[in-house]
Design a protein around this ligand. Sequence first.
Ligand code: COA
Length: 151
Amino acid sequence: MAKIRLANEQDAPTIADIIKKHYEEDYMGYVTFNENYVKEKMKRNNFYFVAEVDNIVVGCLRASVVDIDLAEIRNICVEERFRNQGIATQLLQAALNILKEKHMRKIVARTIAWNDKAIKFFKTFGFEQEGLFKEHYRRGIDIIQLYKFLK
Ligand SMILES: CC(C)(COP(=O)(O)OP(=O)(O)OC[C@H]1O[C@@H](n2cnc3c(N)ncnc32)[C@H](O)[C@@H]1OP(=O)(O)O)[C@@H](O)C(=O)NCCC(=O)NCCS
C-alpha cells in the first residue's frame, strides 16, 4: 500500500518530472509543464495528491475545481514499475473523498481516446464515457471525456 497525502510545494519538481514522463501515454497538458506551473496550480482550486512508497513519490493526481460543483481529475500517473498495485486506485479514491466533502456534484476526467488502460480504470470507478473531442488539444489527438455524478 502506498501512502497518499496532499502535495506541498517541495513536491512540485517531482510531480512535474512524473507527469512529463507520461506524455507518450496520454495528453498531460502543456509541453512546458514544469515545477513553477505545478506550484502555481497548487495555489487555488486544485488538490494535488501524491502517492509515496518508502517515502518516495511514485504517483500523483490533480483534482481541479472547475466550476461551482464541477471538478476534473487530471494528471493521474503512476511510475511504471509501481503499476498494477492499486496505487492509482488509492489516489483516485482519496481525490473523490475530498471532492465529495467539498460538495462536488459532477466529476469528469479526460484521456486520449486510445488509452484503453486509463478508460478501463475510470470505468471501474463507475465513470462513463460522455463525449469524444476530435483533434482537441492538438492535431491528431482525440480525447474522451468520462464522468461520474457524486450526487
Ligand atoms: C492509468 C494509470 C494511472 C493506472 O495506474 P495503476 O497504479 O497501475 O492503477 P491500479 O493499480 O490502481 O489499477 C490498475 C489495475 O491493477 C489492478 N489492481 C489494483 N490493485 C491491485 C493490487 N493490489 N494487486 C494487483 N492488481 C491490482 C486493478 O484492478 C486494475 O486492473 P485492471 O486493469 O484489470 O482494471 C497508470 O497506468 C498510468 O500512470 N498511466 C500513464 C498515465 C495515464 O495514462 N493517465 C491517465 C490519463 S490522465
